[in-house]
Ligand binder design. Structure first.
Ligand SMILES: [Zn+2]
Ligand SMILES: [Zn+2]
Length: 259
């Protein structure tokens, strides 16, 4: 069994064919998936998926890519996190690829999510793009390690992975690990301790080989896990067992509802 720790099932390409997407998961032995909140107007749809399907969990948060986005207060995030199907806070973090200039607003939004996660006692789902040093600095300053969490769709160096691991965080690898030229990610895939590794699709984006360029979906997390297994010289079953146990240990609120 496998868990897709990060997907956007509520996005149009996936939700339009939801029964097929869920059937494909089952056929690929992808037993669970976590649907990630990115914007408040879409949040009811994220939560509805997790309420309607026992094998889907939700997170609440606002992505760092849009300054105009509506962001709940820290208190509001804590209240939203009380919902039984909400098992994490995010995705949050920093993104210097899509946003340039004065990014105080982005830093403040990230700090707010970390504070809410600590108060709610839920792990963080952290997005970092071209911003690793500031992401780590803010994580340390805000004691993100007290909430714990995952560095999702990890694309940074092994040194950055080590720093996140030192803070108690897990590392989640996406379909990028299947790309031939992603040498830095291959190194991370080989070195991350097996008990701190998660797998994800970030679907509908970033389809793994052999579906590169197509619409990604949670079932394809199997290809991510297969590729990691081959890079580490272990079996798919070992990667699947470890990453599934890791997911339910980290997202303990999901673990309590695993059934
Ligand atoms: Zn992200
Ligand atoms: Zn995402």
């Amino acid at each position: 069994m496998l868990v897709d720790s990060h997907c956007h099932l509520n996005f149009p390409d996936l939700v339009a064919r939801l029964p097929e997407v869920l059937a494909n998961m089952q056929a690929a032995q992808v037993t669970h998936a976590m649907v990630i909140g990115v914007a408040m107007p879409e949040y009811p749809a994220v939560l509805a998926l997790a309420e309607a399907h026992a094998n889907l969990f939700a997170t609440v948060g606002v992505h760092p890519d849009s300054q105009e986005a509506e962001v709940p207060s820290e208190d509001e995030l804590v209240v939203l996190a009380e919902h039984p199907r909400v098992v994490g806070i995010g995705e949050t973090g920093l993104d210097y690829h899509w946003c340039k200039g004065d990014l105080d607003w982005q830093h403040a939004r990230f700090r707010r999510h970390i504070r809410a996660a600590r108060r709610a006692g839920l792990p963080l789902v952290i997005h970092t793009r071209e911003s690793a040093l500031d992401t780590l600095r803010i994580m340390r300053e805000e004691k993100a390690g007290e909430a714990g969490g995952v560095m999702h769709c990890f694309t940074e160096s092994w040194e950055v992975a080590e720093a996140a691991l030192d803070l108690g965080f897990y590392i989640s690898l996406s379909g990028i690990v299947t790309f031939k030229n992603a040498r830095q990610i291959h190194e991370v895939a080989q070195k991350v301790p097996l008990d701190r590794l998660l797998v994800e699709t970030d679907s509908p984006y970033l389809a793994p080989v052999p579906y590169r360029g197509k619409t990604n979906e949670p079932a394809f997390v199997r290809h991510v896990a297969e590729h990691i297994a081959s890079l580490r010289g272990i079996t798919l079953e070992e990667v699947a067992t470890a990453t599934t146990e890791n997911y339910f240990r980290l997202f303990a609120k999901a673990g309590a509802q695993r059934g």
